[in-house]
Write a protein that binds this ligand. Structure first.
Ligand code: ATP
Ligand code: MG
Length: 454
């Protein structure tokens, strides 16, 4: 402790409620999710777009609709005190992506398949599966009017769950038609709710005339029976909307994607039309929706763009991470292939030279560096080597420097022999690559975890 800190107790500053640190022990599971999603999206031809985390507040007010949970009470909005701009930390990314597509005229020569990943911010009550900073990965297929792209996005999600080894994520779909169909349904819905006014909770009363469709989405148990018997939007769809919905289902059926139609599925944002879908797990408590999406044909025009029928989804990474931790097969042990321990002034530079040569061959290498709170004996260093999960330790002491040979020690019982071998410095790289590639069984000249999961 420094002299200054001895005299006055320093108060720790903690992180913000509902905004989590993702610690190194969780890095492997996050990487598994990120890498799998990235490769699946690539395999369907989606291109990455990165938009800013901060946008003008008006973008969300206009894009999401004024009477949505997000705009009403969940946004982190503030005034930039330096110039008076009204800004908001993005609560979702579709609005930003659509803004960017319009601003850069990305669809000038045809439709685009896009995807994004990053933090979102909503001022919600923090609880399991619900945070104030959380992470989404999403896809937006812009400029595609047909049911084919809706089905493609759903198939893409199914492949993602399969590749991640996740089971029991069920699909619910619905069609919420177009504005005219919703208006006719809306009139009947309001009349129905008026007849049952005594059963409406505060939220529902407030929404009765502004956004009655959202009342169908209620989680209030005392309203369930009444809401179940309400007029169903599906019954108001006309031929074009029905054909579209039928088209989506035909592709899903032919590809053996199980689903249920949930006539009450409406989704939170105003901009959706026709197809909406959600992927739900029963293993996450009440925050079970891991992914939600749908078609948003009217949104581009709301932003001053030309008509651009589009469909997309967003998945909640924290909720999927929770599933992966219980269901998935994640390697969390190995931080490196090789750990280099050394002792003596002359050994240190040699350790660095050797480490660089090993990294040139593709191996991941940790060199012991002077550590606070622990001694630098070989014994202490070997303890670190074990903790690192490395398959091999390389030891360089004064004798090794003199002889020009390093001592190579296999650290895992499944390695060829549990003994120490003396290997000339210039041959260590070849020796380890052989050992590790052999262990990996692929015969290729690279580190173990480039090709399989150790
Ligand atoms: P919910 O009904 O759970 O509030 P939502 O309809 O607000 O979800 P979307 O805006 O569609 O969610 O976001 C897509 C996905 O992002 C959700 O299905 C969920 O997995 C995740 N998500 C949304 N809000 C949060 C949050 N506050 N914390 C963690 N994940 C979230
Ligand atoms: Mg929400």
């Amino acid at each position: 402790m420094s002299e200054e800190n001895k005299t006055k107790k320093v108060k720790k500053i903690l992180g913000i409620k509902g905004m989590n640190d993702i610690l190194p022990e969780d890095a492997p599971v996050w990487e598994l999710l990120e890498n799998t999603v990235e490769s699946v999206l690539k395999s369907y031809g989606y291109e990455r777009i990165r938009t800013p985390i901060v946008e003008e507040t008006g973008l969300f007010a206009r894009g999401l609709g004024a009477v949505t949970d997000i705009v009403e009470k969940e946004m982190y909005s503030f005034e930039d005190s330096l110039n008076g701009d009204q800004l908001t930390l993005r609560p979702e990314s579709t609005a930003g992506v659509v803004r960017a597509v319009v601003e850069h005229n990305l669809t000038y020569n045809g439709p685009k398949r896009l995807w994004y990943s990053g933090p979102m911010f909503r001022h919600e009550r923090p609880q399991r599966g619900r945070y104030r900073q959380f992470h989404q990965i999403g896809a937006e297929a812009v400029g595609f009017p047909g049911p084919d792209i809706d089905a493609e996005l759903i198939l893409l999600c199914q492949r993602l769950w399969d590749d991640l080894g996740l089971e029991n994520i069920r699909l619910e779909i619905n069609s919420i038609g177009n504005a005219g169909e919703r208006n006719r349904h809306r009139a009947d819905l309001i009349a129905y709710f008026e007849q049952h006014k005594g059963l409406l909770d505060e939220d529902a009363q407030r929404r009765l005339y502004s956004n009655p469709l959202r009342i169908l989405d209620t989680k209030n148990p005392t309203m369930q029976d009444m809401v179940n018997a309400a007029p169903k939007l599906l019954d108001y769809l006309e031929k074009e909307s029905l054909d579209h919905f039928e088209g989506v289902q035909r592709i899903l059926k032919r590809n053996n994607i199980p689903y249920t139609i949930n006539p009450r599925l409406v989704r939170g944002m105003d901009y959706y039309n026709r197809t909406v879908f959600e992927w739900i797990s029963e293993e996450l408590g009440s925050q079970g929706t891991v992914c939600g999406g749908g078609r948003y044909d009217p949104l581009f025009e709301m932003f001053g763009g030309k008509p651009t029928p589009s469909c997309g989804f967003a998945l909640g990474m924290e909720r999927l991470i929770e599933l992966l931790k219980t269901q998935g097969d994640v390697n969390t042990t190995s931080k490196a292939d090789v750990f280099i321990a050394h002792q003596g002034e002359d050994a240190l530079p040699e350790a660095f030279v050797l480490a660089e040569s090993l990294r040139n061959t593709g191996l991941d290498v940790i060199v012991y560096c002077t550590a606070a709170n622990s001694g630098g004996s070989f014994k202490a260093q070997m303890k670190r080597a074990d903790e690192s999960g490395a398959a091999f330790a390389v030891l360089i002491g004064e004798d090794e420097v003199k002889n020009g040979c390093a001592s190579v020690k296999a650290l895992r019982s499944d390695n060829t022999a549990d003994k120490q071998l003396s290997v000339p410095f210039e041959k260590v790289a070849d020796y380890l690559v052989d050992q590790i590639a052999g262990e990996c069984g692929c015969g290729e000249n690279h580190s173990s975890h480039d090709c399989c999961s150790h």
